[in-house]
Design a protein around this ligand. Sequence first.
Ligand code: DOR
Length: 446
Amino acid sequence: MRPLLITNARLINEGEIRDADVLIRGERIEKVADSIEVPDNADVLDAAGRYLMPGMIDDQVHFREPGLTEKGDLASESAAAVAGGVTSFMDMPNVSPQTTTREALARKYEAAHGRARANYAFYLGATNRNINEIKALRPGEACGIKVFMGASTGDMLVDDSGVLELIFAGAPVIVVTHCEHSPTIRDNEARAKATFGADVPMSEHPKIRSATACLASSSLAVDLARRHGARLHVLHLTTALEMGLFSRASRREKNITAEVCVHHLWFDESRYEDLGTLIKCNPAIKTAKDREALVAAVNDGRIDIIATDHAPHTATEKRRSYFKAPAGLPLVQHALQVLFDLAKDGRITLETLVDRTSHAVADIFGVVDRGYVREGYFADLVLIDADKPYTVEASNLLYKCHWSPFEGHAFSSSIDTTIVNGAVVFRDGQLSGGVAGQRLEFNRGR
Ligand code: DOR
């Protein structure tokens, strides 16, 4: 590979925005400086004032392999990821068969090798019965242990309180949780059915998967982590109520960290009217007030990470009625554009955006040599044109499911170029080059 010099970039990195050139040699960043002379034999990419930042490290995706590949697979969804400026992903275990053994994990890494266009890691899923697999896990074999403390897609609920104690006491790597209290949800469902019959309207979703159900479960997770000194990361928070559980302290001092997803920062319950089951997801999109509280928590540091929970289902499945439509929506191709529009509206700063989508993920999971634009680090970068509007259309979607909740929507920014391990993998709306994704490495367990 010839060296690649990126010139005239507006670099967003480590809490500041400045003009910079970045020289890439092989897979890594060789130099970051105000101005760099073009080395012999180098290719030059003139950023012409566009924003350059570390690619997003998405700590929560469902790429559906193995077993659910009619919805998506590692090749298709990682292509969409790099088209969205996501250069690394951490994939969830609710596939078929479920990723609940170390052997199943090893098979997933084999499947990703040579097919994933972004860098990859996989979670080990917890069940009521696999504590021995969890304890035997070696740091580096999985990015974390996923515990569904609320039932969702894939039937992986861990509701045995004794087992939860054992997981939090013995997990050798970070525990990440889906928090919704299933008994509360079941009661709410029964009440909705009694009122509406089988035809429950979509607008009931946030009342069924209620804020109370979220708080009960996330409070339990936080309590378990505190009592056992476990490293806990609570996924996809959705309510103002839960924000009181998390600390504004620097993430280096925290044992308990928190995540929000782009759809919960963008949509609120008013959108059930036009988008219906397309935005059915668990936990549910809630009120505008909840969304405001999430934005505030991103800004004050109670929320550490912004992810996608990219969860494709086929268009046919999503057209079903409330109870029959599966929860989840595809997001990985437009997450950064959503966030750039929030920044344009003054809701978050670009420095915070980069911190929550890259720096914090690398720090919290201990990802080796990624997540920052630093000399010696892997060249995982995205160039964004904040002044080039982009309309989401079926024709520009790379998802296997071929639909998006944003179809017809015009974002004010475009993903110009994505670089993974020094290779230009997306440019001017097209995939380019080969498959450059590598297995993520981790320098910490919990
Ligand atoms: O909405 C969701 N979809 N929430 C989850 O927890 C799972 C995901 C999926 O796998 O479809």
